[in-house]
Design a protein around this ligand. Sequence first.
Ligand SMILES: [Fe+2]
Ligand SMILES: [Fe+2]
Length: 274
Amino acid sequence: MFSVVQVSDSHVSPRIPRFNANWEAAVAAVNRLSPDLVVHTGDATLDGADSEEDCAFAARGLAAIASPVRVVPGNHDVGDGGSRCQPATQDRLARFERHFGPALWTEDRPGWRLIGLNSQAMGAGDGLDRGVAEAVGEALRSLGDRRLAVFLHKPALIEALEEGEVGYWAVPPAARGPLALLLTHPALRLVASGHLHVARLAAHGPATLAWCPATGFLVGEKLLPDPRGGARQLGLMRHVFRDDEVETEILPIPEAEPIEIDSFVDEVYPPERG
Ligand SMILES: [Fe+2]
Ligand SMILES: [Fe+2]
């Protein structure tokens, strides 16, 4: 048995520090739990896609966690495959990796293989998609009899692997090729994502689709009228890995302030930036 604490969407910055205190509260909560591994599922930075300063600041914040840490990139860290203003590019990915380590990773623990994927590369072109497909192929070729857990920023799907356009919500259906190999694999037990700033647990065969809440801020009714069954709350997730299953709990961050971004989103993310 081992435990992984998942944190997500901290959106920290030394330039616009509105969510930084909530990150400090999250670090204190994580360190009290003392897990074997911490995975940050992206949007570690407010705007690391365009700010070296934000990347350096967020990396220092992650270094305050006592457990080993892995990070996967979010749209605010490396851009987005679907964005005109801030597309995911090799340069942005290289900056992420300088500060946070590999965007694609495999972490083996007894009986388990944990895979970190870059959801922002899926559908992005620029050779980025190919990297994801190769990483998934390699992780499955040498899987053996391990069980599988996948961590990525955007949800892999909302309701089904093959579904209509999902817009902002999840990896675009047309870009899910590498994910399909994982999502239909009999060893899969967990797909853990961030991005939506709501908490939800749903079943996908023998696996759990875990939407981790944010540490940074809530998204209210104006910006997110229908949270698709997710709960608007700040928090983190603890995944306890047993022989053949993962037990996932959503935990609060006691000292975090429930900041809702709707009324001031334009100050933090000007609309022309997409
Ligand atoms: Fe986010
Ligand atoms: Fe995001």
